[in-house]
Design a binder for this molecule. Structure first.
Ligand code: TXA
Ligand code: MG
Length: 356
């Protein structure tokens, strides 16, 4: 989508360990004026605006190039703010909020009438979360309003986990960017729907399915988590149907027993090289030595999948910087946070998976 409303973007540096309240106030004033401000959370950077102001929210969609049928998450800084966001808070939501907030869990509930349909893309439900990040919480508190925010990337690109990612995507499109360090979780929040009869997981994230089931019992998983969903209109969470997280390179995932994965990746890498492509390999600490004759990046440690989650989006952007045309990526196990990692990887790959 062409973007043609250039504006000057102020970068506001804030140290999350030592928050400058004046700098927070400057950003909060912009939010209150209806401007869009990018800010760090523990998951990824968000592109925030006053969730009670329909025209401010409209600016988020414009800056991001986001399809207008994809709803935004509303961020709050204390439980009392829920009163003007959700019409009804189910008892399972209370249990989960107590256990996991602040943190990377978004809960979908019936929306309050104060939340405009611009936020929810016309739905009667709203996704809400309390981020576990001192800058995000201070910004919401200082603005005094709930903040609607999608990830601060241009629609379709990998989500931003470092200030430079946000600057690369949003410079010239929004009023301000709070540069506040690297996001620790590195993957967007878990999205759980509690608005219906049974809880449904739409998007896996840092709070895993196993952790949620440990608190509220059985959770259904939406069919689109690891597979493409094609049915227009029939998708319960619109974010599931769009191409996502894509670097400029074509990403291909290789899945299977690790020895066969390594052998197949090398074979594919040689074939692409012969055809003149610049090939990158996304490996792990345990396997990177196997690919020493190729451009290889270890995304993290297989024994500590949270390290892979934290670095995945940055690694995808690094392959762009290295001008890779094709990235061959090792699959990971889908237990625990691995489900979130594979959910993002299969989308980055446009569901292009080789079974070795
Ligand atoms: O960690 C995060 O969640 C980050 C940070 C900034 O908080 N935000 C984020 O937002 O990832 P976004 O807009 O990139 O993803 C929101 C996802 C989309 O897949 C959207 O379809 C889904 O949540 N969603 C939001 N509200 C919904 C609703 N009412 N019903 C169904 N799905 C909803
Ligand atoms: Mg996003």
């Amino acid at each position: 989508m062409a973007y043609n409303h250039f504006m000057k973007t102020t970068v506001i540096d804030i140290d999350p360990e030592n928050i400058n309240e004046d700098a927070i106030r400057k950003a909060a004033v912009l939010i209150r004026k209806g401007e869009v401000v990018a800010f760090p959370t523990e998951t990824v950077y968000g592109l925030g605006a006053n969730a009670l102001d329909a025209s401010a929210v409209h600016r988020i969609f414009e800056a991001k190039g986001r399809p207008s049928d994809n709803p935004l998450i509303v961020h709050i800084c204390d439980i009392s703010m829920l009163e003007e966001v959700a019409e009804h808070v189910p008892s399972k939501a209370h249990l989960l909020m107590e256990r996991f907030w602040p943190g990377p869990l978004t809960i979908i509930m019936k929306k309050h009438k104060k939340i405009p349909y611009e936020v929810t893309a016309g739905l009667d439900t709203v996704g809400v979360r309390m981020p576990d990040h001192p800058i995000a919480l201070a910004l919401i508190r200082s603005a005094g309003v709930p903040i609607a925010a999608p990830s601060a990337n241009i629609s379709g690109r990998p989500s931003p986990t470092k200030p430079e990612h946000v600057i690369a995507d949003m410079q010239g499109r929004i009023a301000a960017i709070i540069a506040g360090g690297t996001c620790k979780v590195g993957m967007e929040s878990t999205v759980l729907d509690l608005s219906g009869d049974n809880p449904v997981l739409y998007r896996p994230g840092g709070i895993t399915l196993e952790m949620i089931e440990g608190v509220i019992g059985k959770v259904d998983t939406a069919p689109g988590i690891l597979k493409p969903v094609f049915a227009e209109g029939a998708v319960p969470s619109p974010g599931m149907k769009y191409k996502h997280y894509s670097p400029k390179a074509r990403v291909i995932i290789v899945d299977g027993p690790i020895d066969r994965v390594i052998a197949r990746i090398k074979k594919e890498a040689d074939a692409y090289r012969q055809r003149g492509y610049n090939v990158g390999i996304m490996a792990t600490e345990q396997t990177k030595a196997m690919y020493s004759e190729y451009m290889v990046i270890a995304v993290g440690d297989r024994e500590k999948p949270e390290t892979i989650a934290a670095a995945l989006f940055d690694t995808l952007r690094l392959f762009d910087k290295a001008k890779a045309d094709v990235v061959l990526a090792e699959a990971v196990d889908t237990n625990g946070v691995g489900l979130a990692i594979m959910n993002r990887m299969v989308r980055a790959a446009g569901f292009d998976i080789i079974h070795a």
